[in-house]
Design a binder for this molecule. Structure first.
Ligand code: PHE
Length: 338
């Protein structure tokens, strides 16, 4: 057998053995056997001495090519085995992959982000306040008389130390006004607590977004304009709003805003209890008593404030008929809102 033929034979043999190798150790043995110092290839190359320069050149070239090819075949195979890509013939590479389930924001967070985003684009800054609040920030500075029914234990959770779980986000108005000088234009999202009977529309914990603006000549018209722009963004352009006179101790005049029922378009349905309208927020011009409490001059400063329930907005926008669904963590419900 000529040297060329011997080379050819070793090459074929090496390729077959490497491709059917089952372990890294086996591959290492093959590498030593073929390419090592005492390996078959080395032995053949020793025989080259007796050949002519032309033959040496030809065979040497072939041998080097063989060496590097087998070398890289062994390396690839080692990687393959190390990656644990199975060489098991029963492994079916055509099977579809198992999708990894990915989490996503909860509907409440989605709605909260949408709301704050819309107001941020209208120039509102973001602020936050503590959920465990003092009577002063939750009630007193907001002009709640000492005997106001909202202080009743029916509605308010008290801590043993005489603090309250904030019943609304309006206390953030006081905290931020105390820290700043007008103009102040802020949006403040947060969780609030009320000791109420739980039903389809009420839960003991919910979220509000408070908005407030204090400057030198803010009018009720500004308030209407900003709320209208907000509702056009969140629901749909041209959606009808109704401002109903109302009362809050910290705003005067005050209003509650209803939006035309998004489900029936005002004709009346079970969502709007056949009213055609749904209440979404409370608002008004900031009461001079509030400005006095934070050291602003009520002769020079005017402002508006509004507070809306996030769950209510989420139910309306995404047509969910029970607030409790938002807190039950049933993934069949939650995963519909990505
Ligand atoms: N804090 C009020 C509530 O919880 C809403 C409100 C906020 C009303 C700001 C007027 C101004 O119902």
């Amino acid at each position: 057998m000529s040297i060329i033929e011997q080379l050819q034979r070793i090459e074929n043999e090496a390729r077959n053995k490497v491709s059917s190798a089952k372990s890294v150790e086996e591959l290492e043995k093959l590498r030593v056997a073929y390419l090592g110092k005492k390996g078959e290839l080395t032995t053949i190359l020793r025989g080259l001495k007796s050949l002519s320069p032309e033959e040496k050149k030809e065979i040497g070239g072939k041998a080097n090519k063989f060496k590097s090819e087998i070398d890289s075949q062994i390396k690839d195979k080692k990687e393959q085995l190390a990656d644990n890509v199975s060489t098991d013939p029963s492994f079916d590479y055509t099977l579809p992959g198992r999708p990894r389930r990915q989490g996503h924001r909860h509907l409440i967070t989605i709605t909260m982000d949408e709301v704050t985003d819309i107001f941020q684009r209208m120039g509102f800054e973001i602020a936050a306040g503590p959920e465990i609040e003092s009577d002063y920030y939750n009630f007193e500075a907001l002009n709640f008389p000492p005997d106001h029914p909202a202080r009743d234990e029916q509605d308010t959770f008290y801590t043993e130390g005489g603090m309250v779980l904030r019943t609304h986000t309006s206390g953030i108005q006081i905290r931020e006004f105390e820290k700043r000088k007008p103009p102040v234009k802020i949006i403040a999202p947060g969780r609030v607590y009320r000791n109420e009977a739980v039903d389809a529309g009420h839960f003991c914990v919910f979220h509000q977004v408070e908005g407030f603006y204090a400057d030198s000549d803010v009018t009720f018209g500004d308030l209407k304009g900003v709320l209208e722009a907000f509702c056009y963004e969140l629901f749909e352009e041209g959606v009808k709003l109704k401002f109903r006179p109302s009362f809050f101790p910290f705003t005067e005049p005050s209003a509650e805003v209803d939006v035309q029922c998004v489900l029936c378009g005002g004709k009346g349905c079970s969502l709007c209890k056949y009213e055609g309208w749904l209440e979404i927020l409370g608002c008004g011009m900031i009461d001079p008593e509030v400005f006095k409490a934070v050291g602003y001059d009520p002769e020079k400063t005017t402002g508006y404030a509004f507070g809306m329930g996030i769950e209510r907005l989420a139910l309306l926008k995404y047509r969910v008929n029970d607030i409790r669904l938002l807190y039950e963590n049933d993934t069949r419900f939650i995963k519909q809102f990505r």
